[in-house]
Design a protein around this ligand. Sequence first.
Ligand SMILES: [Ca+2]
Ligand SMILES: [Ca+2]
Length: 520
Amino acid sequence: MTNALKVKNVLGQENLRANIIIPNVDDDNGDGIPDGIAADMIGAADEEMLQVRVKSRVVLPDGAVVRVAIAEPWTRFARAFIRESSSGGFQLIHGPVEVSSDEAKRNGVVIGIEANDFADAERPRALDLKVRFETKEGRLLHEGSFKFNVAPFLVSCCLDPVDSVHVVKTKITEQFVSELAPLVRAAGAELKIFDEPALPNHDMWMQDAVEIGYATDGERVMHVALHGNRGRKLDDLFAERFLGKDFGVIQKGNYRGKSAEWIDWFGNLEASPPVRVNGQEFRKGRIYVGTQGERSMHPDVIKFLEAQGAQSPVLWIDTSWLVIGHVDETVSWVPSKVGTPYRMLIPSPRLAVEILKKAEKDAPGGILNRGTKREGDKPGEYERPVAEALNDKDLMAAQEFVQKKLDAVRRALQDGLGVADDDIIEIPVLFNSSPKEFRGRYYAETTNMANCLLIGSDVIVPDPLGPMVNGKDVLLQAVKDRLEPLGCRVRAIDNFYPYHRYGGEVHCGTNSTRRPLVAR
Ligand SMILES: [Ca+2]
Ligand SMILES: [Ca+2]
């Protein structure tokens, strides 16, 4: 018996599978309509339909009927079916269904139950099904109710193995995409190139257009995409393409207009590895998001995530000091074969300055953002001598300011996720701000290598194009020196033109469908 519920000796219940319902938000037949809202099912049952066999222990008289009702608040969000003994197919239950007393005695009645959405603020995960046997005149013979749990939507953790990496190919990103392909392949994943003529050139932020998670009953897994709320084409087009068998799509919240630009984007929504905080276990990781004062992730998205009850309460991180303000600009994770199974990566301008000073001493004349100059750049706008940067008082003051902000982020992450000092790795990144735009808010001046794409133990970082000493890029080498002893392989990719110049890096430009490690 997989169902822990006792139905007081009135009805015999035998679950044909565990009593966790995975919402039927995928599309088995590829008609573009999620199964849970598609027309009545005919023939074989959908895998997301949970089946229970209900046996009456009392002989049913001729003409007896069964009535099945889904209790509120799930009534509109779930459907019940009954298996026809003649065909073996399932029919949607609209009203009382006549039951053959012989058949009911032999095999009972098989009820199929299907949800078309996840739990939400007004709808807890518990779903009640009421079953009544009545005479044809409507006199109650037996009744009972059954409880199910709707599987939670879970945000994938970046440490889970990757099946496929998604990236947008436009004129701007095509060179990057061709360089990314062999790196993804070498890491053992498939690169899925989103190549759609209808997409504007700059609609390339794959991380922001969707959050890919999953739902499981402990046995089966459905990949579930949370539709983006950016109000841009990629959000819709990706969702359309993602939908398929075992690939579901849901949307929570909606596009809130320019005022919510960037903050609602899903680079601002991530999940930690499994952690333990003050005795509380987050076995599926904990969700964290960035907040910029009054501005924060769409409340419907937050309510939805918290209603799942598995990766919350959501941890808020102050990203008000960043121009874009996404949480993936401040922290990421790598696996470790040594000690704690993860390390937390956090950018450090302090470390960047230290490394650059040493580099300038060891090999004077080094260049920052080496080789990135393009037509139209102002002098020193991207590429500049290291010495000039180190002598730039405003730039150095910016590093101190940002370091303080990052130290606070680090403390919040440590408090909220229970990460030990020894499990934090600083990644050298210089920050800067513009006197004209977004005053008081900062962006990465050198590439932000904490904004990386993790595939297994391969860490694909944005090439920092830093100064060279003895034939090695000192910024990249600093990251290799820290991650390689943990069993990680660091691969650099030049994303300066397609992403860095526009405020993001390789993590912002990609997304991944991961394979969760499901407990059996
Ligand atoms: Ca289905
Ligand atoms: Ca994300």
